[in-house]
Design a protein around this ligand. Structure first.
Ligand code: DX5
Ligand code: ZN
Length: 221
């Protein structure tokens, strides 16, 4: 993936699903993505939505659809999510047995491929796969729920990936997810992040439009 200007990816998990169209209307397809949190109540202790909701969101925006799979055996559903309109499919390293095979499978559908790691998973476990992926997602909360507190110590993984990317001339982008707001987004940007997932800091505010432009400004300095 070419070097990107900073990107905000509002997470629809925190949106009001009874009026998803209105909620997604605030997203600017030229500079934002939308983030779709898929949870199966197995890999994480929560159950959210599947390909049908992703397909609905796809119809509501031209923005890049970034699908974050927090599910067991994600390789069984890669094609389904691609068909539902996912542009980028991220699986958790902790849920994969043959990681390179899953990345190859995602790319074979025409989608971009990402790997996510939980807070308890060290950077070194993901480093061997950096040459084979388009996006590296560093969780800054324990996956499973929106509205949790940001874990700043995870930014060491972001900086390590940024430095390895420069050293080896790789071209993946670095995404952070969990507890992102203006102040934590600024910190993560300084550590080397490119994409900033934000749920509560966008959709659970009195003025989501102002909140989104505040986040864009925070990472554009
Ligand atoms: C958590 C999800 C996140 C979450 C972010 O497991 O992967 O994307 O929705 O929500 P906030 O920004 O509210 O922490
Ligand atoms: Zn997510």
């Amino acid at each position: 993936m070419p070097a990107l200007p900073p990107i905000i990816a509002p997470s629809i998990l925190s949106a009001d699903f009874s009026r998803l169209g209105e909620e997604l209307a605030i997203v600017d397809p030229e500079r934002d993505w939308i983030h779709c949190d898929v949870m199966d109540h197995q890999f994480v202790p929560n159950l959210t939505f599947g390909p049908l909701v992703v397909a609905g969101a796809r119809k509501l925006t031209r923005a890049l659809v970034d699908v974050h799979l927090m599910i067991e055996r994600p390789w069984l559903l890669v094609e389904e999510f691609r068909k539902s309109g996912a542009d980028l499919i991220t699986v958790h390293l902790e849920a994969c047995r043959e990681t390179r095979e899953v990345l190859r499978q995602i790319r074979a559908t025409g989608a971009k491929a990402g790997i996510a790691i939980k807070p308890g998973t060290p950077y070194a476990a993901a480093a061997p796969y950096l040459p084979d992926l388009d996006l590296f997602l560093v969780m800054t909360v324990e996956p499973g729920f929106g509205g949790q507190a940001f874990r700043g110590e995870m930014l060491e993984k972001v900086s390590a990936a940024r430095d390895e990317r420069a050293r080896k001339k790789l071209d993946f982008v670095i995404e952070v997810d969990g507890g992102i707001a203006e102040d934590t987004a600024r910190e993560a940007r300084a550590a080397g992040a490119d994409v900033f997932v934000a749920g509560h800091a966008v959709f659970r505010t009195p003025d989501p439009v102002a909140a989104l432009s505040g986040l864009r400004a925070a990472v554009s300095v």
